[in-house]
Design a protein around this ligand. Structure first.
Ligand code: ADP
Ligand code: MG
Length: 717
């Protein structure tokens, strides 16, 4: 079945540009574009971020602190004054309504404008969050709408249904678009166009879960009916939102279900176990595999025995021993006279894996190769030849392995390390280097279970949730930018005891040069001023790989005691004697990156430290990230926090992972719905013989429309 060419014309009303709407002129169009809204469908799915209850106006005495409230008041006094503590100028307006008084405050304002707007005795509707300081209630920067002194309020509430007398949507805005304008655009938009959205979710499933049709759901979420509970709306616990979320998840999971079905139709290698190499390795190892390692290995073995190709994600915190599991799986593939490819994201990591594998493989009489982009022509030609003839059992390398000239005699297992840097496409190239080899993807960046299910629905997931015994937790300390001396004292103490340290600088693309400079200067300062008695090394991305290797090797051997580096050491480096890591400009790193970095220490039996030095000014989000680092060493908790702070869109770059962005659903909030939608989607694919029945055709068309080319649907059947 080739489905990629049959994308149907979508209902044209929804494709219309937004200037067909009343009140949207040439000046408004670019503003809406800024919000990512280009056509009617986009706008229909631009949902309120919260709601305001304007079903009635409250007397001032009954306003509740902490809540967004709407009330009418008469201006009793207005003027500028100084705050008592900070001596800042503020503008204050006192309003009352006979039941009580409240103070309105502005901290940024134009005085003439406010004076003119709020003369004594003028009347207005005020909207804002009530704050309580002791017995004083106030609102900062309230919204206000002036009304005539003799206005009949009941009449007003009724006469302006766009702004009063009901639960109102509050939309995400952009500069030059006010809430009032937004309501004026969205009210008729929903009224005229919601009905054009087609509900493709099979009716049986919709009814079973008591969901609304899409037009019903969209209407209700923009303009909630009178009877809706505000709390439910704000929590997203209403049926309208649930219906939209379910719809989104259903089509996502439908795509994944089809993909999964396609994968299982492929023939793969059914490996057998001779234990020719695995048992000897087990005997040689100076430690026993942890229970988690053995369990995960068991899951991998079952996949490898099966006659269809393995697609498995191996997830485990830094240092949990993934490499050892990968080594065992490799031996199984080699016992079956097939080859193994190990792809790593950086040369340093490839090098390290290579050394690691060599150490054991040589003892087993197996042959290992290292393939890097920058290697000499002659050496490369020889290596490629050995790979092609099958002389080499296992090749470790960077992206270079994925290039066209690399051909295997018989690739049985592809291992991808640190997969978050890899896209679906690379995985697929690797797969085509053999005849449906098994694929094992390892990641040290823990992905929350729920997210991995969504993002990697076509992969099965194994989790190593236990560290090898004897690891001491890493103590993480957050310093201020001007407290570096304290951090140096800590580093000095460790160095004096014969331990080693990393000092890491961020390398951000735009300012690559200046960061490089910062690292270079820091290395000099350490060598000359701070730690002249110790040997200091410098490692950065601009160095040639031989130079990098030389520095890394000297650090590994303990010749270099303090290594100043840009983030090239981020992944996988394993030097157990290193017990301190100081991270400069820590605010500039993402959480998972910080966790990765921190994982470079705490690899031996000694207590380790991670010292975070932020820039002198940094954002609120950055502060949260750093605090998470101080609070926990648990990679899963960190991943959850990261997801929360950044939102799933940013978390992995969903686009790169080949997935659509969600318009309504939140992977965090809507887990339960995701589970249900997944079950229904997988069942539906089965029932309809992979969407081949007549009844399933509209569903299939909608699926293709939504996924576009992003799912490799063409691979099915
Ligand atoms: P990961 O790849 O998950 O970050 P590694 O496989 O590099 O972790 O393992 C980290 C360190 O722990 C290595 O030095 C490795 O030899 C060691 N190791 C692995 N498994 C065990 C185990 N079961 N017991 C003790 N040490 C182990
Ligand atoms: Mg590793």
């Amino acid at each position: 079945m080739s489905v990629s060419k049959t994308i149907p014309a979508s209902p044209s009303e929804l494709d219309k540009k937004l200037d067909v709407l009343r009140g949207v002129g040439p000046r408004m169009v670019p503003k809406l574009q800024k919000l990512g809204l280009n056509n009617i469908e986009d706008a229909l799915y631009h949902l309120p971020s919260r709601y305001e209850d304007r079903r009635q106006l409250k007397p001032i005495s009954r306003l509740i602190s902490g809540q967004q409230e709407v009330f009418v008041g008469t201006v009793l006094a207005a003027g500028e004054s100084l705050t008592s503590r900070t001596r800042r100028k503020i503008f204050e307006v006192i309003v009352g309504d006979g039941s009580g008084k409240i103070s309105l405050k502005w901290f940024r304002y134009r005085k003439p404008w406010l004076q003119k707007r709020f003369p004594i005795d003028s009347k207005a509707i005020f909207i804002g969050e009530i704050k309580q300081f002791g017995s004083v209630r106030e609102i900062h920067h309230p919204d206000s709408e002036l009304i005539q002194a003799d206005t009949d309020l009941v009449q007003l509430l009724k006469s302006d249904p766009l702004n009063y007398g009901r639960i109102l949507p509050v939309y995400p805005l952009t500069e030059g678009l006010s809430q009032k304008q937004a309501r004026k655009i969205w009210y008729p938009l929903v009224e005229n166009y919601a009905d054009h959205v087609e509900t493709c979710l099979p009716a049986k499933i919709r009814e079973k879960h008591h969901l609304l049709t899409l037009p019903e759901a969209l209407t209700a979420i923009h303009w909630p009916p009178e009877t809706t509970g505000l709390a439910d709306l704000e929590d997203g616990r209403n049926v309208a939102r649930k219906s939209l979320v379910f719809d989104e998840f259903f089509f996502l999971e439908l795509g994944l279900a089809l993909k999964r079905a396609g994968v299982q139709l492929e023939e793969g290698i059914a490996f057998k176990f001779s234990h020719k190499f695995t048992i000897p390795l087990n005997k040689m190892l100076p430690f026993k595999l942890t229970e988690a390692q053995r369990r995960v290995l068991g899951e991998i073995k079952i996949d490898m025995m099966a006659a269809h190709p393995m697609h498995r994600l191996l997830q485990g915190d830094v240092g949990s021993g993934k490499t050892m599991v990968a080594m065992m799986a490799s031996l199984i593939a080699i016992e079956n006279k097939t080859q193994v490819a190990v792809v790593a994201p950086t040369e340093i990591l490839a090098e390290q894996h290579y050394q690691n594998f060599c150490l054991w493989f040589e003892k087993l009489g197996l042959k290992t190769g290292l393939l890097l982009g920058g290697m000499g022509v002659a050496a490369k030609r020889e290596l490629l030849e050995q790979i092609a003839t099958g002389e080499i059992d296992l090749v470790v390398g960077t992206h270079a392995i994925l290039q066209a000239g690399v051909e295997f005699k018989c690739l049985g297992l592809g291992i991808v390390d640190e997969q978050h840097r890899f896209g679906v496409k690379q995985r697929s190239i690797l797969k085509h280097k053999g005849k449906n080899p098994d694929i094992l993807v390892m990641t040290a960046t823990p992905i929350p279970r729920t997210l991995s299910m969504t993002l990697y629905g076509d992969l099965s997931v194994s989790v190593i949730d236990q560290l090898p015994p004897g690891r001491k937790p890493i103590t993480t300390e957050l310093y201020r930018a001007n407290q570096k001396q304290h951090a140096y004292i800590r580093i000095g103490k460790e160095l004096e005891q014969g331990r080693q340290a990393y000092v890491v600088y961020p390398l951000v693309e735009e300012s690559e040069k200046s960061d490089l400079q910062a690292a270079t200067i820091a290395a000099e300062t350490f060598a000359k001023e701070i730690f002249p008695q110790f040997s200091i090394g410098l490692l950065h991305g601009r160095m040639k790989s031989v130079e990098k290797d030389a520095v890394m090797e000297r650090f590994r051997q303990g010749e270099i005691q303090l290594l100043v580096s840009t983030t090239v050491i981020e992944v996988g480096v394993d030097v157990p004697n290193a017990t301190v890591m100081m991270i400069e400009h820590a605010d500039r790193f993402g959480l998972s990156q910080l966790h990765q970095l921190r994982g470079r220490v705490g690899r031996g039996a000694d207590k380790s430290y991670c010292l975070l030095i932020p820039s002198s000014h940094y954002s609120e989000d950055a502060r949260k990230r750093l605090q998470v680092m101080v609070n926990t060493n648990d990679g899963f908790k960190i991943a959850e926090a990261d997801l929360e702070i950044r939102g799933p869109g940013d978390f992995l770059g969903t686009r790169q992972a080949g997935l659509p962005d969600f318009r309504v659903a939140s992977i965090i909030k809507d887990i339960r719905i995701l589970d249900t939608a997944r079950q229904e989607a997988f069942a539906y694919v089965k029932q309809t013989n992979q969407l081949t029945t007549t009844a399933a055709q509209p569903v299939k068309e909608e699926l293709i429309r939504r996924w576009g080319g992003r799912l490799e649907l063409a691979a099915i059947g």
